[in-house]
Design a protein around this ligand. Structure first.
Ligand SMILES: [Ca+2]
Ligand SMILES: [Ca+2]
Length: 510
C-alpha cells in the first residue's frame, strides 16, 4: 500500500547545517564535537534557528564521516551517545529540531559488513554490496561513468587483490555502494531507522546521495527504494522528517517527493549564485513557480529545501568575491523566497572558501582570540581567518554586520506569515522590464509582501506597476530606501526592499 510522507506538526522555518568537525570544540583537542554544539544552542536559538542538520556523526575513518563503519554509535572524536542524547534534549528545550545525516548509499570499506563481504563469494554479506567479474563489467559497458556534480569518479569498479570480482563504489574505492536487492540488508536498514527515530528520538534525516542508491543502469529502482524507505518511516514514526540530497535538475528531483517530505533545490542554489555573479536575473521566479508545479504533481505537501550553498559547494562569500553587500543581497534572496531555508554554518558571518572540500569546511570564527579554545583547529584555515573575516564576537556588536543582517531577516521571516509559508509556496512574479531587478509578491489573504532586489551596482528608480501601487509601507530595506518626488522607490546598488500595503481603514474608522 502506498503511504504518503506525513509532515511533522511543526515544520522548522529556518534550518542550519553544521559541519560537526569545524563548528565548536569543547575539550581542547581542536576537533569540533557534540558538546561544542550543545554549548552553542543558545547562540543558534538567539539567531532564530529552529532546526540543525548535523553532518554524519557515526564512527568513520574520514574527517568528514560520510563513510560510516557503525550506524549505531557516535564517532569518538565527536563524543558519546550520552553527549548526543544531551544535545537532543537541550535542543528540544529550545524548540530546535535535530536532523541526522543518514548515509544509506554506501559504507566505509572498514564497515564489518564489507569486511565480511570481501572475504569471498560465499560470504553471507557478499550481496550487501555490488560485485561483478571484470569481463561482465566490460560486457555490460559499465566500466566507466560520466562524472556528475556530486562525484568525479570515472572508474567506479574497484578491485581487491586476489578477488576475482570487483566491487562498485560510485564515489571512491573507500565507499562501497550498498545493494538493496538484498533482503537481509533491507532488514538492517529498518533496524537503523527504528533505532534513531524511535529509540533515540531524533526529528528527521537528511538523506545523502538519494539519487544514487541504485547504479545508473538500474536507476529506475531508486524511486521504489524510497517508497520502501518511506514505508518504514511511516511505520516507525509518522511525522519524522525526511529531506533528501537529490543533486540533479528539477525534473529529476520531483518524483522523489512522492516519498519524501523535502528535497534540496540545487537548481535554485546555482541560479542564485549565477544571478549574484552576473548582476542579472534569469527569470528565476518564473522557473521557481514552474518547479513548484512539478513538485506538487508528486506531493501536494512538498517542502522546497532551499540554500545558497552547502558543505559540497564553494561558499557563497567566495562565490560573490567577498563582496559584503552581495552577501547581504544573497541572504535577502534566500530568506524572502518560499520554502525551508538551510543556512550553512559560518554563512551568517560571511565565511569564505572554495574547493577542495576541506576549505569550504573551515573552523567557525567565534572570537578575536587566536587561541580561542572554542575554535576548532583540525586544519589550518586558508580562506576564513581573523585577517579576512570579522569573528562573531565582533559582528554581534556591529548593527551593520552580516551576522546582524541575517538575524534581522530570520526574525522578519518568522514574524511575517507571508514570508514563512512553506507548504503550497505563495509566490507571484511581478514583471519587470529591467533584468537587473527581481520583483515578486509573497501572496497572503491579508498581508502580502512585495519584494524587490537590485542585482546591479547602480541605483535603480523603481516605478511600481499600477496593480502594485498600494504597496506603500517599508517592512524592511537594506540599505535604507526612500521614495523620490515622483513616487519612485530609490533602490541603492545591491539593495533589497520589502513593502507591505498600508493598513486599510476598517469601516468603523470611517
Ligand atoms: Ca573536541
Ligand atoms: Ca548506490
Amino acid at each position: 500500500m502506498l503511504m504518503r510522507p506525513v509532515l511533522p506538526k511543526f515544520i522548522p522555518r529556518v534550518c542550519y547545517e553544521i559541519f560537526v568537525r569545524s563548528f565548536c570544540d569543547s575539550n581542547g583537542d581542536g576537533i569540533g564535537d557534540l558538546n561544542g554544539i550543545t554549548s552553542r544552542l543558545d547562540y543558534l536559538s538567539d539567531l532564530g534557528i529552529e532546526c540543525i542538520w548535523l553532518t554524519p556523526i557515526h564512527p568513520s575513518p574520514s574527517y568528514h564521516k560520510y563513510d560510516p563503519v557503525d550506524y549505531y554509535a557516535i564517532e569518538p572524536e565527536f563524543g558519546t551517545m550520552a553527549d548526543f542524547k544531551r544535545l537532543l534534549s537541550e535542543a528540544r528545550k529550545r524548540n530546535i529540531a535535530v536532523y541526522l545525516d543518514l548515509i544509506v548509499n554506501h559504507t566505509s570499506t572498514y564497515h564489518p559488513w564489507f569486511v565480511e563481504a570481501s572475504k569471498g563469494k560465499d560470504n553471507p554479506y557478499r550481496n550487501f554490496y555490488w560485485w561483478l567479474p571484470p569481463a561482465k563489467i566490460e560486457e555490460l559497458g559499465i566500466a566507466e561513468r560520466q562524472t556528475s556534480d556530486d562525484s568525479d569518479e570515472v572508474y567506479p569498479w574497484h578491485e581487491i587483490p586476489g578477488d576475482p570480482e570487483k566491487y562498485y563504489g560510485l564515489f571512491w574505492k573507500g565507499m562501497p555502494d550498498l545493494n538493496y536487492d538484498s533482503e537481509a540488508l533491507k532488514k538492517e536498514l529498518e533496524k537503523i531507522i527504528t533505532f534513531w527515530l524511535s529509540e533515540i528520538g531524533i526529528d528527521g534525516f537528511r538523506l545523502d546521495a538519494a539519487r544514487h542508491i541504485y547504479p545508473l543502469w538500474e536507476s529506475e529502482k531508486n524511486l521504489n527504494f524510497w517508497a520502501y524507505f518511506n514505508q518504514i518511516v511511516q511505520k516507525v514514526k509518522p511525522g519524522a522528517y525526511t529531506v533528501a540530497e537529490v543533486w540533479a535538475s528539477t525534473y529529476e528531483v520531483a518524483p522523489y517527493l512522492e516519498n519524501l517530505n523535502a528535497t534540496f533545490h540545487f537548481d535554485l542554489s546555482f541560479a542564485l549564485q549565477r544571478i549574484l555573479i552576473q548582476g542579472k536575473d534569469e527569470n528565476i521566479i518564473q522557473q521557481l513557480i514552474a518547479s513548484y508545479q512539478q513538485f506538487e504533481a508528486f506531493n501536494p505537501e512538498f517542502v522546497d529545501a532551499i540554500m545558497l550553498t552547502n558543505h559540497d559547494q564553494d561558499r557563497i562569500g567566495s562565490v560573490v568575491s567577498n563582496n559584503h553587500e552581495k552577501m547581504k543581497l544573497a541572504a535577502c534572496l534566500l530568506l524572502t523566497l518560499p520554502g525551508q531555508p538551510y543556512i550553512y554554518y559560518g554563512e551568517e558571518i560571511g565565511m569564505l572558501g572554495t574547493k577542495p572540500d576541506p576549505y569550504i569546511r573551515e573552523p567557525f570564527l567565534w572570537s578575536k582570540r587566536e587561541d580561542d579554545p572554542d575554535k576548532t583547529n583540525w586544519q589550518q584555515a586558508e580562506f576564513s581567518t581573523l585577517k579576512t573575516i570579522q569573528p562573531l564576537s565582533v559582528q554581534r556588536t556591529d548593527p551593520d554586520s552580516i551576522y546582524n543582517h541575517y538575524k534581522k531577516l530570520i526574525a522578519l521571516r518568522k514574524s511575517t506569515p507571508a514570508l514563512s509559508q512553506i507548504i503550497s509556496p505563495n509566490l507571484e512574479e511581478v514583471e519587470s522590464l529591467d533584468d537587473e531587478i527581481i520583483a515578486y509578491v509573497r501572496t497572503h489573504p491579508t498581508e502580502p509582501v512585495l519584494i524587490i532586489h537590485n542585482l546591479s551596482v547602480d541605483t535603480k528608480f523603481i516605478d511600481l506597476p499600477e496593480s502594485k501601487k498600494d504597496f506603500k509601507k517599508v517592512l524592511f530595506s537594506s540599505p535604507a530606501t526612500t521614495v523620490d518626488a515622483e513616487g519612485k522607490w530609490e533602490l541603492p546598488a545591491l539593495g533589497s526592499l520589502l513593502l507591505v500595503k498600508t493598513p486599510q481603514k476598517s469601516p468603523t474608522d470611517i
